[in-house]
Design a binder for this molecule. Structure first.
Ligand code: NAP
Ligand code: MG
Length: 496
């Protein structure tokens, strides 16, 4: 493939290492067990690199070194210095932007345009934004009895175990590490088994930026072993998790034993609601990117597209036509709009849902199958799919598919749109398209979701909190709300 010739030398070197080791105590080390696992290029199904496979023993080593750093040198680093450190990390990400974008696309499959223009700049921005917070975390003086002086300290939580998914590997690492470090915590990050590479490259940049040994440890490995070891470890103070609702519930149960703090950012089945009075061109664009961005492997994807009944058929047909025209291909091709899914497992999961949809009576207006055109057979490509004839109680409208599949569903009126939109176990996000300002306000309030986009979809920024209602999880990442996840408040009473 021509694209391979365009790879940056640094990327070629990074994937060519016999084993990509893990970061513990500021050093790159093999797994205690000596085991490794493979990460695969989703566009070709070929092995991309071998990675050290961490398990409970490595996690225990990482927790010990993190604890030592937290009690020792890291606690003496001034907030101003933490600010500078985070900004240096942002600058290093920017200096290595093309390299990180290529590595992300190779490991995850996503279109290089998305890696370049979304994942990498947003990761840098997250570090820069939380750099700004590092020296602005203040306590209060409390109006207690005048014979006392009472004040609060906002202190870090301690050792944070951070478990992230494969859909935005570098960006999720940034969402976790940046606020944690700004608040003075230490971290053990477990990247997803499918996509460990950019987190490991970020680890090198963190050391280059001057993050002291033990403050950030990066231990790749499998969820039930490495991940669960973090969840159960008695000296881990907090778990921050992004991934499936199923694993989120498991973590919730398992952490009861140690009562460590938990924040969960889980799945979604977000309603994207188009009223007949909307700007149709904008709504169509929002409907398309809302569900096909990152091959639909997005927790807040607008996978239930509710369209006002009188407009439904025409909108669905037009969407199918545009979806069919999207350029599918390997992520490294700059013309690619829709790449492969992340893994064989995800391919089977998504095509499994397409079969379920068929059995339930849904009709594919376009797509509906794997893309096996010549050259793509070994990759995990699924054609962008528009399903019509869907009812909100079908499995394809209730369960998270996490692929390029949208269910178009008609609604009668505003009341019906809100009723159907809220009829889900999830509550991560929603979209509303209308020219009626009052209706936009009413629907935004009525929808039970952590984010509502009006006349836009999928916008995320370090400044705006993000997280779920209902089974989409709890806790808010980004914005100043993430500081609550990574700090705890102490009251100090002094007799005067
Ligand atoms: P997942 O299992 O929830 O994976 C997310 C992270 O949790 C990974 O790092 C995973 O490790 C880890 N993990 C898995 N089991 C664990 C356990 N028992 N204890 C601790 N950590 C554990 O998600 P998945 O299997 O990759 O994807 C399945 C579905 O989840 C998708 O189809 C999608 O519906 C949903 N999902 C949602 C998001 C989101 O952003 N909300 C992201 C990804 C997936 P491994 O490296 O071993 O996987
Ligand atoms: Mg991979």
């Amino acid at each position: 493939m021509q694209a391979a010739e365009r790879l940056e030398p640094a990327v070629q070197k990074f994937v060519a290492a016999p084993v990509r080791t893990m970061l513990i105590d500021g050093r790159w080390v093999e797994a205690a067990s000596g085991r490794t696992f493979e990460t695969v290029n989703p566009a070709t199904g070929e092995v991309l690199a071998r990675v050290a496979e961490g398990d409970a023993e490595d996690i225990d080593r990482a927790v010990k070194t993190a604890r030592k750093a937290f009690e020792g040198p890291w606690s003496k680093v001034a907030p101003n210095e933490r600010e500078r450190l985070l900004i240096r990390i942002a600058e290093l990400i920017e200096a290595h932007a093309e390299e990180l974008a290529q590595l992300e696309t190779l490991d995850n499959g996503k279109a290089i345009n998305e890696s370049r223009h979304v994942d990498v700049p947003a990761a840098a921005e997250t570090f820069r934004y939380y750099g700004g917070w590092a020296n602005k975390l203040t306590g209060e003086t409390n109006p207690s009895d005048p014979s006392f002086f009472t004040f609060t300290l906002r202190e870090p939580v301690g050792v944070c175990g951070q478990i992230i998914p494969w859909n935005f590997p570098l960006l999720m690492a940034a969402w976790k590490l940046a606020p944690a470090l700004a608040c003075g915590n230490v971290c053990i990050l477990k990247p997803a088994e499918q996509t460990p590479l950019t987190a490991l490259r970020l680890g090198e940049l963190l050391l280059e930026a001057g993050v002291p040994a033990g403050v950030v440890n990066i231990v790749p490995g499998y969820g039930p072993t490495a991940g669960m070891a973090l969840v159960k470890h008695p000296h881990v103070d907090k778990i921050a998790f992004t991934g499936s609702t199923e694993v989120g519930k498991l973590i919730h149960r398992e952490t009861a034993a140690t009562l460590k703090k938990v924040s969960l950012e889980l799945g979604g089945k977000s309603p994207n609601i188009v009223f007949a009075d909307a700007d149709m061109e904008a709504a169509m664009q929002g409907a398309l990117t809302g569900v096909f961005f990152n091959q639909g492997q997005v927790c807040c994807a607008g996978t239930r597209l509710f369209v006002e009944a009188k407009l439904h058929d025409e909108f669905a047909q037009q969407m199918a036509k545009l979806a069919a025209g999207m350029k599918q291909g390997p992520g490294l091709d700059p013309e690619t709009q829709i790449g492969p899914l992340v893994s064989q497992e995800q391919l089977e999961r998504v095509t499994g849902y397409l079969d379920i949809g068929k059995k339930e009576g849904a009709k594919s207006l376009t797509g509906g199958e794997r893309n096996t055109q010549s050259g793509y057979e070994k990759g995990y490509f699924v054609k962008p799919t528009v399903l019509a004839n869907v009812k909100n109680d079908m499995r394809v409208a209730r369960e998270e598919i996490f692929g390029p599949v949208v269910a178009v569903i008609p609604f009668k009126d505003e009341h019906d749109a809100v009723l159907q939109g809220n009829d889900t176990l999830y509550g991560l996000a929603a979209g509303v398209w209308t020219r009626d300002v009052s209706r936009a306000h009413r629907v935004a309030r009525a929808i039970k979701a952590g984010t509502v986009w009006v006349n836009c979809y999928g916008l995320i920024d370090a400044t705006a909190p993000f997280g779920g209602y209902k089974e989409s999880g709890y806790g808010r990442e980004l914005g100043r709300y993430a500081l609550d996840l990574y700090t705890q408040v102490k009251s100090v009473w002094m007799r005067v």
